[in-house]
Design a protein around this ligand. Structure first.
Ligand SMILES: Nc1nc2c(ncn2[C@@H]2O[C@H](COP(=O)(O)OP(=O)(O)O)[C@@H](O)[C@H]2O)c(=O)[nH]1
Ligand SMILES: [Mg+2]
Length: 256
């Protein structure tokens, strides 16, 4: 799973919330079965927890060097402990997003994209709520999806989820109704441009750490997670390793 989007669009907080929900046992259908990156999950949610002593919750910045590194989660469906599933989730550092939008080669070299079965693209509601920023936010997302179509092998097997993140910025806005309509129009525009070009194109409204007395949209976060696990993976055939001493030349790559 590759999470992409502008800096501060809420990607890391979304992943931190996933980790927190597993820890709290909030997932109804899945159970935690291990992680090779527990420290990373702990680190991203640390500054939002009481013991860290932060005055208000905030999320640590993801660093550029962390592109192409992954959070690992092993889970099993409730009641089926023998059926383990491994998930690798990458959080594209926000500061590299403009590079990804403008440089095709950067996208072509991004291993997390090459290998992704799911792309979660974050559209920041705070920027969508702002007349001055909303067009750049949408243009960047469209340009990025276009890059993905151009560099990704078998883009038709990529599941794309567009997340209107930090949704409380729209819910709490005095122009909320008009903004909701703007988001609907944006959704229609994306469907017109990209519908049918990926395995799926779905839209979600998420608040992972809303301000004030609003509650996180745990049910939506849970359904995104379930979608990652329940969508059949179109097993991209891995290249067969070359046999060092094949019986015949043409059988070096696994031909009979
Ligand atoms: N109001 C609000 N703030 C959020 C939400 N999710 C994240 N944030 C805050 O937005 C800021 C940027 O989030 P972060 O996850 O670091 O964004 P990233 O750069 O895309 O990884 C942080 O201060 C978060 O606490 C949300 O749902 N609502
Ligand atoms: Mg981040």
């Amino acid at each position: 799973v590759l999470c992409a989007g502008a800096q501060k669009s809420g990607k890391t907080t979304f992943l931190a919330r996933l980790g927190e929900m597993f820890r709290d046992g909030a997932f109804s259908h899945y159970r935690f079965a291990g992680s090779l990156t527990l420290c990373a999950f702990e680190r991203v949610s640390w500054s939002a927890t009481v013991p860290s002593g932060a005055s208000s919750p905030k999320t640590v910045r993801s660093l550029r060097v962390e592109n192409d590194t992954f959070y690992h989660l092993r889970i099993h469906p409730s009641g089926e402990p023998a059926y383990k599933l491994d998930l690798l989730i990458s959080d594209l550092a926000g500061e590299t997003f403009p590079t990804a939008v403008s440089l095709r080669q950067f996208c072509a070299d991004l291993r997390s994209l090459a290998r992704a079965d799911h792309l979660v693209l974050f559209l920041d509601s705070a920027r969508l709520a702002d007349q001055a920023n909303r067009h750049t936010e949408c243009d960047n997302a469209r340009a990025f999806l276009q890059q993905v179509l151009e560099v990704k092998h078998e883009s038709r097997s990529l599941e794309v989820e567009i997340v209107f993140s930090r949704w409380d910025y729209i819910v709490r806005n005095s122009q909320s109704a008009a903004l909701v309509l703007f988001c609907q129009a944006t959704e229609e525009d994306f469907k017109r441009r990209f519908g049918g070009r990926f395995a799926a194109l779905e839209f979600r409204r998420v608040m992972a750490r809303p301000d004030g007395d609003l509650k996180p949209t745990d049910d939506v976060i849970q359904s995104i997670f379930a979608h990652w696990l329940e969508t059949p993976i179109y097993a991209s055939t891995l290249p067969t390793p070359r046999a060092r001493q094949p019986a015949r030349d043409f059988s070096a790559f696994g031909l009979p």
